[in-house]
Write a protein that binds this ligand. Structure first.
Ligand code: NOJ
Length: 443
């Protein structure tokens, strides 16, 4: 397998996100985000870690983007911190924030790297959370004001946009389970947040298209390939269908005009009270591409005591299968199954894998990290992606998660996903063997 097998117009890239790398969380007029606040709470994050400094990318972005250039990676996906641009979420613009992203964009272009901007990667301005955040329907206006500002300021040089990053994760973990910012729990919070996020996903797309004619617009979904734990067990099969409706279908289907998957997950009927007259129509938008982020497969078991889905995920470690530090099974075929599945939806024009990668224990020895497991993980996933491409599936891009080791949300700095190792005491970067492999692969 080599790069050419994927065709000349295939987008090769690497992804990261503002809160996970930037640091400088109060520098030059930046307002606080929900993650700045959530990480200060006790016992929420592994060892009390936070993103106050992270990879100090705010000051070191030229070094990091230069690493992308040296690695022959032509596309770079990063996110904008909303509260750097609007410290209060709306209203007054912080021009220092605009300036910062202008410098990032300019430097990419100087090196011939195409910038892909994720507009929302989980760091809502805290000022908006004080008004209810994603549970407040006004978020649709707030978000579109912010999106319009980004297009007006960066749209002369950036045409690739990702509206939301993994809405299922930021609404599920942030507003249902309370394990991510802002730490809210319960079905009511979740259903309101989910519906408003779905409205932002489509209206954000419309805002971009109305302001920029030459744009290439997508939005990114988490997607796990699911199987029943006991293949022939009816209850496990039912459990799988419910979990699938929740974690894989909830956001893509309304976007494609199919509505919410209420038939397979009746609890979603309770969303009705948030749905206004024209909403089902407004949830639709014809994206130029669908981004999917694939890491693993999950096996689903019937669990009568679990509310709403009556299902559990059987952890990889309990199944004694090869897994990463995240306890995610290494199962390369999941990427094949995922793109195949998305491809079956009518109305999907192009699929881009906007994230794929793995966290393993890395050992730095003699300035070298021989991360064979990560290298094999990437290679094996790419092989399966090529199989899908050769079968005619419309997949047209692949972005590795991620450039440097960084702040992995509730897990802090413990899981390391980077192709580049970071010593967080000195901020020294060391390219891992997987990074060298990706470079050779792309040469
Ligand atoms: C999904 C998220 O978009 C990203 O922020 C996270 O670090 C990776 N997956 C790995 O968990």
């Amino acid at each position: 397998m080599n790069r050419k097998d994927f065709g000349d117009d295939f987008y090769w890239g690497i992804s990261n996100a503002a809160y996970q790398v930037e640091g400088a969380n109060t520098a030059e007029g930046k307002g606080l985000s929900i993650w700045d606040v959530f990480t200060q709470k006790r016992n929420k994050i592994f060892k009390g870690h936070n993103g106050d400094i992270a990879c100090d990318y705010y000051n070191k972005f030229t070094d990091d983007i230069y690493l992308i250039y040296q690695s022959n990676i032509p596309n770079y996906r990063f996110s904008i911190s909303w509260s750097r641009i609007f410290p209060e979420g709306i209203g007054q613009i912080n021009y220092k924030g605009i300036d910062f992203y202008n410098r990032v964009i300019e430097f990419c272009l100087e090196l011939g790297i195409e910038p892909w901007i994720t507009l929302y990667h989980w760091d809502l301005p805290e000022a908006l959370q004080k008004k209810g955040g994603w549970t407040n329907r006004d978020v649709v206006q707030w978000f579109n004001e912010y999106v319009a500002c980004c297009i007006k300021n960066f749209g002369d040089r950036v045409s690739k946009w990702i509206v939301l990053n993994e809405p299922m994760v930021f609404t599920g973990a942030g507003y249902f389970l309370g394990v991510h910012a802002p730490g809210k729990k319960g079905l009511t919070n979740f259903l309101a947040a989910a519906h408003h996020a779905a409205l932002c996903q489509s209206s954000g797309g419309r805002t971009i298209r109305s302001l920029q004619s030459q744009s290439f617009i997508g939005t990114s979904f988490s997607h796990s390939h699911l199987e029943p734990f006991r293949k022939d067990d009816k209850k496990d099969q039912m459990a799988k269908i419910k979990v699938d409706a929740l974690i894989n279908r909830l956001f893509i289907e309304p976007l494609l005009g199919l509505g919410y998957p209420v038939k397979d997950l009746p609890i979603l009927n309770r969303m009705e009270k948030y749905i206004l007259a024209d909403d089902m129509q407004d949830l639709k938008f014809d994206m130029d591409f669908v981004g999917i982020q694939v890491y693993t497969r999950e096996l689903i078991k019937h669990a009568p005591l679990i509310p709403f889905v009556q299902a559990n995920i059987v952890k990889a470690s309990d199944r004694f299968v090869h897994h990463t530090i995240m306890n995610w099974e290494v199962f390369p075929n999941s990427i094949y199954e995922a793109v195949k599945r998305i491809n079956e939806y009518k109305g999907v024009k192009q699929i881009i894998v906007t994230e794929n990668g793995a966290a393993f224990d890395d050992v730095l020895y003699n300035n070298t990290i021989s991360d064979t497991l990560r290298k094999d993980y990437l290679k094996n996933h790419l092989n399966k992606l090529l199989k899908a491409k050769n079968e005619g599936i419309k997949v047209n891009g692949y972005f590795v998660w991620t450039l440097t080791d960084n702040f992995e949300w509730a897990e802090g700095y413990n899981p390391k996903f980077g192709l580049v190792h970071v010593d967080f005491l000195t901020q020294k970067r060391t390219i891992k063997d997987s990074g060298k492999w990706y470079k050779d692969f792309l040469s």
